[in-house]
Design a protein around this ligand. Sequence first.
Ligand code: UD1
Length: 421
Amino acid sequence: MENVEGFRVLGGEKIEGQVRLQGAKNAVLPILAAALLPEGETVIRDCPDIRDVHAMAGILRQLGCRCQAGRNEMRVSSAGLTGWEMPDGLSKQIRSSIFLLGPILGKLRRATVTYPGGCEIGLRPIDLHLKGLRALGVSVREDGGVIRCDGGNMHPGDVYFDYPSVGATENVMMAAALLPGVTTVHNAAREPEIEDLQGFLNAMGGRVSGAGTQVIRIEGVEKLRSAAYTPIPDRIVGGTLLCAAAVTGGEISLDNARPADLLPVAEKLKEMGCGVETEKTRVRLWAPARLRAFSCLQTQPHPGFPTDMQAQMLAAACTAEGTGVIVENVFENRLSHVADLCRMGADIRVSGRTAVVTGVKKLHGARVSARDLRGGAALVIAALGAEGETTVENAALIDRGYARLESTLACLGAKIERIPL
Ligand code: UD1
């Protein structure tokens, strides 16, 4: 990705105040894909203004859909859907383009896609997606990076995943929504965003149950109707802001939050000495002058600690008192932010998927570079607590999942600006 903009951060200001969370990226992306399925116009409210959403809307438009971004909402009409070949350039940009395989097959019974892109955080194969679709009778041919799917003989079926992949679970749910008969997904992923996809499919007249557990049942219907839907708030953006308040000794209140979704992060931050209080749709955190280290943090599929919060917690641990261990179990190559944190004075040792971090009193400003979305957010968090000025290059990667992060943080008291590089 081009390095045209960055963030300049002057560390040392407390993050303090109140912020309202928007719809979750990881809920909205599959929901946008599922908006192909009904006749008529879908309205997604609270839709975040982020690059991945724009990229997904771009793909939908190239497939013949109408996508209109309004104030905090996205309207999608699939009436013009004719294409089953996903455009090469855009699908290389975001991994979630793979989510379109399921709904396009469900609707048009054929689909072609190039190997998807997204963050450089490991191999990210798509074997489970293809296994799931094959179990529904799809014949898949892969040649030269292009995957051609023929769904002429599609039927409902039993799908077993030997790993609970989020995207593969969602793909099968969408492919089966319009397949008459009952499809069952075993060892399904249980993330809250999967429950939200179920909520959206059912709002359109679908018959899906079990999301949030390991077994999901999809009873295919003949037609889905359009619907207006508000996705769940973004637990990763929420967690990122909690970490920002935690490293700066600040205090923050997240509104429109779902406390249960933030539990793994809130519990770790409590272990680090923060106070956390929750109400129905609010999470409030106040931080001590210096955090203390957690003993061990291991990422796992939901309801374990989310891999999408690992980098931000590592940034918070850099200046905590004591030594902590982080084990990244979900992706094999998701510690690329460590080198830049060390440039800022952090003491982190990495062996394979394990990082051992010994807190130093203060980090110092440096010129660093976002290498993936969440790792980039972690560098911004580190910069907020550091002494002096930090430039975080590659703002575009952070923009994939945070809507104008600099404005949100500036409203909370940070000295941060977007700069051309
Ligand atoms: C989704 C999230 C991402 C999050 C991840 C894990 C979206 C848009 N993205 O990504 O932010 O980090 O869940 O919570 O929702 N795998 C395979 N074969 C497959 C599919 C996955 O081996 O066919 C592996 C991956 O390489 C990875 C692990 O399974 O190591 C988890 O991947 P998965 O749960 O599929 O994540 P995504 O859906 O890509």
